[in-house]
Write a protein that binds this ligand. Structure first.
Ligand SMILES: Nc1ncnc2c1ncn2[C@@H]1O[C@H](COP(=O)(O)OP(=O)(O)OP(=O)(O)O)[C@@H](O)[C@H]1O
Ligand SMILES: [Mg+2]
Length: 176
């Protein structure tokens, strides 16, 4: 089974993937896949992946495991798990990385308006997990259960509304 673990940068894909690996799951980063299948268009500070070509190549494989990365939902997975994070907290997580203000804003706004979730909704078996107040271990356990077909109703998409939750604090990062 092909599982995509996706979400806006900083939502916790890599942290959770590391724990899932420890549990015995096969994990691959989408960047590694792109290199293996010769689907890297350009690589300087950020890697640009030929996602159409990669999706085609990936479809030919019988990969059984989890692909981690914010483009992984574009690979026609059997299950798509979108990690979410309250934009106010995401901003703090990204600031810790020392990213510049524009890059932080771009990602925080993308999370605010559900960019990755909306893209992922093209897929079947899509779930979203709010990581804001959960530990990495808790999120890992939820992912494990979802892959096993448990709790699937609880994590159906559409329950998260960041715009409502952020309320007036939206002024902290949206420029009108
Ligand atoms: N419940 C949680 N699940 C995952 N990460 C969490 C959680 N709570 C806090 N964090 C923190 O959020 C950050 C997530 O960073 P991580 O590198 O995993 O994000 P990512 O989604 O892989 O981003 P990128 O797309 O840039 O690779 C880490 O600093 C982690 O400790
Ligand atoms: Mg990562």
């Amino acid at each position: 089974m092909k599982v995509a673990l996706t979400g806006t940068p900083g939502c916790g894909k890599s942290e959770v993937a590391r724990e899932l690996k420890r549990m015995g799951y096969r994990i691959v980063r989408i960047e590694e896949l792109a290199r293996n299948f010769d689907c890297v268009i350009k690589e300087d500070d950020e890697i640009v992946v030929d996602i159409k070509k990669l999706a085609k190549e990936f479809a030919k494989t019988d990969f059984d495991g989890i692909v981690e990365g914010h483009l992984s939902h574009l690979l026609n997975p059997d299950i798509t798990i979108v990690l979410r994070c309250n934009p106010l907290i995401l901003k703090k997580r990204l600031e810790k990385r020392g990213w510049n203000a524009n890059k932080i804003l771009e990602n925080v706004e993308a999370e605010l308006v559900d960019v990755i979730l909306v893209e992922a909704l093209e897929n079947k078996n899509v779930y979203e997990i709010d990581t804001t107040t959960r530990s990495v271990e808790e999120v890992t356990n939820i992912v494990d259960r979802l892959i096993k077909g448990k709790d699937t109703d609880k994590f159906k998409p559409g329950k998260i509304d960041w715009i409502a939750e952020v309320g007036d604090k939206i002024e902290e990062f949206v420029s009108f």
